[in-house]
Design a protein around this ligand. Sequence first.
Ligand code: FMN
Length: 181
Amino acid sequence: MNKTIEDIITRRSVKKYLDKQVPMELVEEVVKAGTYAPSGMNCQAGKIIAVTNKEMRDRLSRINGDILNKLYPTPSGHGDPFYGAPVVLVVLAKKEIGTRIYDGSLVMENLMVAANALGLGSCWIHRAKETFETEEGKQILKELGITDEYEGIGNCILGYTDPSGLMPQSPRKEDFVVWVK
Ligand SMILES: Cc1cc2nc3c(=O)[nH]c(=O)nc-3n(C[C@H](O)[C@H](O)[C@H](O)COP(=O)(O)O)c2cc1C
């Protein structure tokens, strides 16, 4: 099979990670692939906050977990929403651009496929929009010099896959494709 197609098909959402750092060169390669996603009218509406710093990674995880717990309350909480992954690539997109959600989602897919191509696990973790609507989230953007023109699209977590956490891949639904030949 063609290697690119194989990397797309074998990509999985990884929900358990090994306690192992990802070399910076690999993170940079993944991030670079993200920046080459297509965008409506070539606006390049996206922005990636590439977080390898543990303190910031834990801060984003805590905010995300608090939002998750408000949405789906459980007495013991949901645990680390980033599943122990050491790296988080936060994708934002410029609010004023009409195609921002599509543009940002394509950045997310590029990141996840690139991660798989390089032997890394990844997963889209939601609630990026809500994260940067909190006071603390807005403060983080301010600290990073990012204006409030941007909204959160998704968090791409990144790390080495713990194979014991991988669930079997779901079969594709039968009516996924309507052929017109
Ligand atoms: C828009 C979107 C939001 C998602 N949010 C989460 C999330 O917050 N937490 C999580 O564990 N997985 C999340 N996922 C991953 C899905 O659970 C996963 O893609 C789905 O189960 C299919 O598995 P696969 O990616 O291995 O094919 C999200 C995926 C997408 C596309």
